[in-house]
Ligand binder design. Structure first.
Ligand code: FNR
Length: 180
């Protein structure tokens, strides 16, 4: 049997009951047998400062990205864009330019929001950021959940059956793309 495909999932919210952390948990639960999901949070990542030596938390994030076959970024939409928490971590991990762990890395994006488009505008910006780093961006449909208040519980767990089924199918599709 061949080795499982390794997918790193990075939620871009630090909130205790974050729905994006909930999406990452659901991805770990619903992944097909041949997809190994690891979730890495961003709480320990300091503000980007080029005067700092690369902090340990950043080194370990970069190592996790390098070790993964693919990365799935879960970003809240803040003011039609990516969350600052996620953008800050990406900026750290994006150095050195065009030789960073994101360069040519297979990346996909997902989001949820209380609004009707499920964070689509934020994901457009996130795709642009990934393109700026030379990442290999999943060309299929991105995974989004609109009206999150109806589909997650108060702890941020994804409870909606239809969304869970869609996520399971999506994970199978991105695993195939990563392996191709
Ligand atoms: C938001 N939210 C939001 N939603 C949206 O659909 N479009 C938007 O432009 C914004 N803007 C925005 C800005 C700021 C500063 C906050 C705090 C929130 C709602 C936001 O998408 C929602 O809080 C996240 O989906 C929650 O994610 P977590 O923390 O549950 O992972």
């Amino acid at each position: 049997m061949s080795a499982p495909t390794r997918l790193l999932v990075i939620p871009g919210s630090l909130r205790r009951a974050s729905t994006h952390a909930g999406l990452a948990r659901a991805a770990a639960e619903l992944a097909p047998i041949d997809l190994e999901v690891r979730v890495v949070g961003l709480r320990e990542i300091p503000f980007f400062d080029a005067d700092l030596e690369v902090p340990e938390a950043v080194e370990s994030l970069k190592a996790a990205i390098t070790a993964a076959d693919g990365v799935l970024l879960a970003s809240p939409e803040y003011n039609y864009s990516v969350s600052g928490v996620l953008k800050n971590a990406i900026d750290w991990a994006s150095r050195p330019a065009y030789a960073s762990p994101f360069f040519k890395k297979k990346c996909a994006v997902m989001a949820t929001s209380p609004g009707p488009v499920g964070g689509a505008r934020g994901l457009m910006h996130l795709r642009s950021v990934l393109a700026g780093m030379g990442a290999d961006i999943y060309p299929g449909l991105e995974f989004r959940i609109a009206l999150s208040k109806q589909r997650f519980d108060e702890e941020g767990n994804l409870t909606d059956d239809e969304s869970r089924q869609r996520l399971a199918v999506h994970l199978t599709e991105i695993a195939e793309w990563i392996r191709a």
